[in-house]
Design a protein around this ligand. Sequence first.
Ligand code: PEP
Length: 267
Amino acid sequence: MAMRRLVAGTGWKMNIGAAEATRYGSELALRLAQIDVSAVDIFVLPPFTSLVAASAALAATPVAIGGQNMHWEESGAWTGEISAPMLVEAGCRYVELAHSERLYHFAESYELVRRKVDSALRSGLTPIICLGETAQEKGEGRTDDVLLEQVLTSLAGQPDARVADVILAYEPRWAIGGAQAATPDYVAERHAILRNNLKAHRGQDAADRTRIIYGGSVTAENGPQLIAIDDVDGLFVGRAAWTPEGFARIVEIVAGAAQNKGTGQTA
Ligand code: PEP
């Protein structure tokens, strides 16, 4: 039985400004106080300008905050950018990297993601590295090769012992912001193959300890089936968690799964 702590997270994208973040955070804190969330790692990824407000509103809760992106250098002539130490100073414990919208709209590559992973780890942040195939790659039967390439490139240069310090987020690009999540069978197969590939390339310990979470059109309705899958270690949610009630329901689903999977015992 895997003993990986389960994860419940949401990324707000370019939504929820600072004033709204304060309201969201206070309401979420009240709702989570009603649930036993001790077995779940919970994160919220606000836009940069809402980080401080979200951090303050969630200070007395187990909810950690993180950035949605960052630069790979610590400082310098990079107008418009934010670095890992700046995220740490703003109260972040996590940073999301390689979200499909970053790859698609801003032409980010996994080579850049690799540098960001390195900088994030050096600053003590937990990188949440998004992986995912496009509809075309899926159609061409290349999905598992694409995912492996993304993982290996992102983690290149990191020792095997550091691999479990990241969270891998499998987010099929065709399922993000869509009408339907990938089917549980499809997700189960991808996660199992990813974990096997981790074992083959980075060793048994990395494969056993690294959390692989699923994102892409997760809802309170499909969430229970997805989180019940053996190799799914968490849910990463956009739209369905943009209200505190919505996110609290997702956290509750993951907390329930932690009971069923027996993953709540280890830190
Ligand atoms: C996302 O953008 O990472 C995401 C999972 O979005 P949604 O849940 O809205 O599909």
